[in-house]
Design a protein around this ligand. Structure first.
Ligand SMILES: [Zn+2]
Length: 259
């Protein structure tokens, strides 16, 4: 499989979707990402006895229902998710919820993923539990799906991977998500801080998927940074904190030729 381990499934960690470099230790070159998404291997996730005792057996199906409800909520009401879905449709890659978005039990270090082999976004139902988190995961992973649709990215090519991670961090986590989760920041520092955020987030995403160290990941990110950071398709703008940008981006979709 060729999923981007959150991603490549690239790995998104619980919380604000930061991928954990620690998980890369468990991944082997040939099967990066597999361990993070047990259900991708056609296996049912088998919780330990301790987990069964704590959570009860009914928890998993309840989680799936809640996860699917959150996905549905985002598709109905999140301008960002609606924009990404419109962009995908206009690019000839229309999203069918039941085919392309899957709620699954994942390793607890990730909150979502994109499996390019099956062209599916994975939402980790045991980690991504709120609609807000679901929106973040969907927006991020749909950017990977868009890049794959548009350019047939090779997620095993580390520069392609770095590029799509830069774009996802740029257009979602370091803008819109930080707007929700971070406190106040001086507008004068935002441009610099934003670039640093994107570089760090992208490097950690790459490290979660590939077995390379931070210096190497940062070097790859730096090589493709300018080109990928300035590629704002399909959102068209970096979404600023506490602003109406998310709604403006959705309204502007006509200008980009999306429905
Ligand atoms: Zn990613």
């Amino acid at each position: 499989m060729n999923a981007d381990a959150e991603e490549a499934v690239g790995a998104h960690r619980a919380g604000v979707g930061v991928e954990s470099p620690a998980t890369s230790q468990h991944l082997q070159e040939e099967k990066w990402g597999y361990d993070l998404y047990p259900e991708r291997r056609g296996e049912k996730y088998k919780p330990s006895l301790a987990k069964i005792a704590l959570l009860g057996e009914g928890r998993e199906s309840a989680d799936k229902m809640k996860c699917e409800k959150n996905v549905w909520g985002c598709v109905q009401s999140s301008p960002l998710v609606k924009l990404m879905m419109a962009a995908l449709k206009s690019s000839g890659c229309e999203v069918d919820l039941t085919r392309h978005i899957s709620c699954e039990v994942c390793d607890v270090t990730v909150n979502g993923g994109y499996d390019s082999e099956l062209n599916q976004v994975i939402v980790c139902q045991n980690v991504t539990r709120t609609e807000g988190m679901t929106q973040g995961v969907l927006a991020h992973e749909l950017i990977h799906m868009f890049d794959y649709c548009r350019n047939k990215l090779d997620f095993k090519n580390v520069e392609h991977l770095a590029c799509t991670e830069i774009r996802a961090a740029n257009l979602t986590h370091c803008s819109f998500l930080s707007a929700m989760f971070q406190g106040d920041a001086s507008p004068f520092k935002i441009a610099k801080a934003h670039q640093d955020c994107v570089k760090t987030k992208a490097a950690f995403s790459v490290m979660a998927i590939r077995r390379i160290d931070e210096a190497e990941a940062r070097a790859v990110v730096d090589r493709v940074f300018d080109k990928c950071y300035n590629d704002l398709e399909p959102i068209g703008r970096r979404i600023r904190r506490n602003s109406l940008d998310m709604y403006k981006a959705y309204q502007d979709r006509y200008a980009f030729g999306y429905e």
